[in-house]
Design a binder for this molecule. Structure first.
Ligand code: PMP
Ligand code: GLN
Length: 387
């Protein structure tokens, strides 16, 4: 077969979750909670089903949910998005990102990603016929290097994808970095896809700097988010895109012919649940406590901790370990799963290019997900302490 995606196999998340299951390992690999969501959210979805809301919703989403998203964006970032024309409910962030790219990229257009980055970006750009332009984040700090981004911008740059809080490095862009980005893009036609799925997981009193806070950036941005992350329901696959009306109209043309619309009772349940902001306002404290607990345990292991400013990820460097000397990060994650009983994700998997991946795999950095019950984290820590 003449494959459209010849380089693509099973994702690292499927691979590591399957390996964790096969070996009965504690799965701190693929990013998902091992605890359930708020029963009130389940009840709200049940109620919508019982009330007979079981047919197609409007193509761009249930109006009450679009209104709830607009209210949340206004309250958290002070930016008005029109629920009728500027917010679209999607089948998770994954569908949103693909459709955003399909909507804006013409064959041959360049799309800049900042690596390491989420694994769907590069194949999605390929499917849209775009040319992938890979710009490394700073290799020590994983922060954006604006000189390199500036050097990568050309008149053919159609879009730049950013992601804060960042998967896998758990960095959070500062206000100054967002302003730098705005300065840099001034005068360029480039659009922005801003992947903000971890928007409500920012720690130590920092604020999430959504592009929505920066009118110049917001004007050229499709903001992507995911209720799966915010409300502990990754399996529901519901998210949203917020973008100015003209961009949203283009986005909806593609959305309309990919899924047309998204699960009605789940949308209605979410809209009712969002009437109370506490569940997402309480999320930073909820995850910060888990992060601190996990980091305190890791500090007693022979692993070097990297910062975790946001998201539910914690990266560590294992170069001090005897067992890790000869192993690159992918091999080490396999070994850790099979022999120690803890699954993690190699950070090199967030590089699209094979050579780059090979180089990054020698940085010996792996990613743990701490969206787990304390008992799960403690089981993993007990095993990691034996390293
Ligand atoms: N972007 C990033 C950075 C992610 O970590 C994820 C979650 N795996 C997604 C997008 C996809 O989100 P969803 O599960 O809503 O499709
Ligand atoms: N976003 C999740 C992660 O980074 C994985 C989602 C998936 O399995 N595709 O772990």
């Amino acid at each position: 077969l003449n494959s459209r995606l010849p380089q693509v196999g099973a994702t690292i998340f499927s691979t590591m979750s399957a390996l964790a299951q096969a070996h009965g390992a504690v799965n701190l690999g693929q990013g998902f909670p091992d605890f359930d969501c708020d029963p009130a959210l389940i009840e709200a979805v049940h109620a919508a089903m019982r009330d007979g809301h079981n047919q197609y919703p409007p193509m761009p989403g249930v109006p009450a949910l679009r209104q709830a998203v607009a209210t949340k964006l206004q309250a958290t970032h002070g930016q008005a998005y029109c629920p009728e024309r500027e917010i679209t409910i999607t089948a998770g962030a994954t569908q949103a990102i693909l459709c955003a790219l399909l909507a804006i990229v013409h064959p041959g257009d360049e799309v800049i990603v900042l690596e390491p980055c989420y694994d769907s970006y590069a194949p999605n750009i390929a499917l849209a016929g775009g040319v992938l332009v890979r710009v490394p984040l700073d290799p020590e700090t994983f922060r954006p290097d604006f000189d390199r981004i500036r050097a990568a911008l050309t008149p053919r740059t159609r879009a730049l994808i950013i992601n804060t809080p960042h998967n896998p490095s758990a960095t959070v862009w500062s206000d100054a970095e967002m302003r730098n980005l705005a300065d840099l893009l001034r005068g360029s036609q480039a659009l922005l896809i801003s992947d903000e799925v971890y928007e409500h997981m920012v720690y130590d009193g920092q604020a999430h700097q959504s592009v929505a806070r920066f009118p110049e950036l917001a004007a050229r941005s499709l903001i992507v988010s995911s209720f799966g992350k915010t409300f502990h329901v990754t399996g529901w696959k519901v998210g949203y895109v917020a973008a100015p009306a003209a961009l949203s109209a283009e986005f909806r043309k593609v959305h309309q012919y990919t899924v047309f619309s998204v699960n009605t009772p789940v949308q209605l349940g979410l809209s009712r649940y969002l009437a109370d902001p506490r569940p997402y306002l309480d999320l930073p404290a909820f995850y910060q406590r888990k992060r601190d607990h996990f980091r305190a345990g890791l500090a007693q292991c022979r692993l070097r901790l990297l910062p975790s400013e946001g998201s539910y990820f914690q990266c560590v460097d294992y170069r001090e370990l005897e067992a890790g000397r000869a192993l690159n990060d992918a091999e080490f994650c396999q070994w850790l799963t099979r022999e120690v009983g803890v699954a993690a994700i190699p950070v090199s998997a967030f590089h699209a290019d094979k050579q780059d991946q090979a180089r990054a795999s020698q940085d010996k950095i792996i990613r743990f997900c701490f969206a787990k019950k304390d008992a799960t984290l403690d089981r993993a820590l007990a095993l990691l302490r034996q390293l």
